[in-house]
Design a protein around this ligand. Sequence first.
Ligand code: HEC
Length: 112
Amino acid sequence: MKKTMMLVLTMIMVCGFTAAVMAADKPNGDERKGKYNFRQTCRQCHKAGGSAKELGPDSKTMAQWQRTFEKESYAKLACKAEWDKLAAADLNDTLSYLYNHAFDSPSPAKCK
Ligand code: HEC
């Protein structure tokens, strides 16, 4: 009886921990604001016929967007100065928009 209780408790703890880790991984910004930021700050160059390659949410996978938005990653890009125009919260919103509609997300999208 005691053993069963311990097993059940352990299971509950493991599940709760996994859920917490997964929730922390997913960006939790405002994707509507993120879309606005992306259009205002990034799309002027990253569009068809623009000065840099066309980019939209479905240009990358969720994991690739997360990696791109790490400071060590975007600090190496040609357009680092453009990223620096966005505050941390704005970057988080922008990541949320791109992530939620990434290539391998449930609802992939282009930037229209
Ligand atoms: C002034 C023009 C300009 C703006 C604005 C700009 N970029 Fe860039 N970006 C470039 C150029 C030029 C490159 C390097 C050449 C290329 O990849 O087309 C680049 C490269 C990149 C890359 C690497 C290419 C890849 O596929 O991984 C990413 C990601 C990127 N930019 C994202 C952004 C994001 C997000 C923003 C908005 C915060 C932004 N850029 C704003 C010009 C710009």
